[in-house]
Ligand binder design. Structure first.
Ligand code: PRP
Ligand code: ZN
Length: 297
């Protein structure tokens, strides 16, 4: 079965750290997705020309590089490992998605004391990310032996296969459960939206832009708030300086209160209680903070 070339195709992780949030992001972008059973390997958006392919995260770069899927959602860790094996780039990162944050770290048995980077010299390090690890070792001028494993890397020290591991850490629970402790940071990662560098026809490119605009809107909206407050005109400069990530607030006069105005602004960064206290301190009153449901910039 060859894919329908009139539709867009996006590769997302079938099951794993990014699956749930990737699907949630697509749904928040207004896509109605008929997922079917959990063994389904693809799904169709009913109200947008997009098909979703559920694949192993490590396979996502290949799908996108080959243009089988024009788009993908993948961790920068998987993407960078793949890209380091290519002579020239075949995938373009088009948006950071703000979830799936984790880092690739070197870890050592907890009992090892006083770690120093030189201690890696001539040692065996087990990893599923041999290229990222090698780049790191080169940058540190260290020669070590890489043992490539597809999974269960944390078992390697106990099995006597390696003295160190280099693996992804998010909560740290896996390392801890295996008696390991992080000793060095190799690469920080989050989920990103990627597109193929294969040439696309105009219709495909337009659909990608439309989807991207929606996704950008969802990401921007996640943290954004709409703030309304009253203030004496004389305090306007001080108050707009406090509003986090707001440009050009709307200022309107208050009927019956000369010298006072209402200020309305979209704040594109988190609004904390502390921010409200500072606004109040600067002369603001009747401060309202409201969630924003949709936004298109
Ligand atoms: C990574 C890594 C660890 C685990 C760490 O696997 O290999 O097993 O996550 O997470 P923690 O710090 O929260 O315990 P991943 O979910 O990426 O699965 P995969 O390597 O099989 O794709
Ligand atoms: Zn994987």
């Amino acid at each position: 079965m060859s894919p329908d070339r009139t539709r867009l195709h996006i590769a997302v992780q079938k099951s794993g750290r990014l699956s749930e949030q990737s699907l949630a992001l697509l749904k928040s972008s207004g896509l109605r997705i008929n997922q079917g059973g959990k063994h389904r390997l693809s799904a169709r958006a009913e109200n947008f020309p997009l098909d979703i392919m559920f694949v192993r995260d490590d396979d996502i770069p290949t799908f996108v590089a080959e243009g089988i899927c024009e788009l993908g959602i993948v961790g920068q860790n998987v993407l960078a490992e793949y890209a380091l094996g290519l002579a020239k780039p075949r995938i373009e990162e088009i948006a950071r998605l703000g979830y799936g944050r984790c880092s690739l770290k070197i870890a050592a048995p907890e009992k090892l004391a006083g770690f120093q980077i030189e201690m890696l010299a001539k040692q065996r390090i087990a990893t599923s990310y041999p290229r990222l690890l090698q780049r790191f070792l080169d940058s540190q001028g260290i020669e070590a032996e890489t043992v490539t494993m597809r999974g269960a890397v944390e078992l390697a020290p106990r099995l006597g296969i390696a003295s160190f591991v280099c693996d992804l850490v998010s909560t740290g629970a896996t390392l801890e459960a295996n008696g390991l402790a992080p000793v060095a940071d190799v690469f920080d990662s989050e989920a990103v939206l990627v597109r193929t560098r294969q040439p696309l026809d105009g219709a495909h490119a337009e659909k990608i832009d439309a989807l991207r605009t929606r996704i950008d809107g969802v990401i921007a909206t996640a943290e954004s708030k709409y703030i309304v407050l009253n203030a004496p005109e004389s305090a306007l400069a001080a108050i707009t300086a406090i509003l986090p990530g707001a440009d050009a607030p709307t200022v309107v006069p208050l009927v019956g209160r000369p010298g006072h105005v209402a200020v309305q602004a979209v704040c594109q960064e988190s609004v904390f209680w502390e921010t409200l206290e500072r606004l109040k301190g600067a002369g603001a009153s009747a401060i309202l903070v409201m969630p924003i449901e949709k936004m298109m910039m």
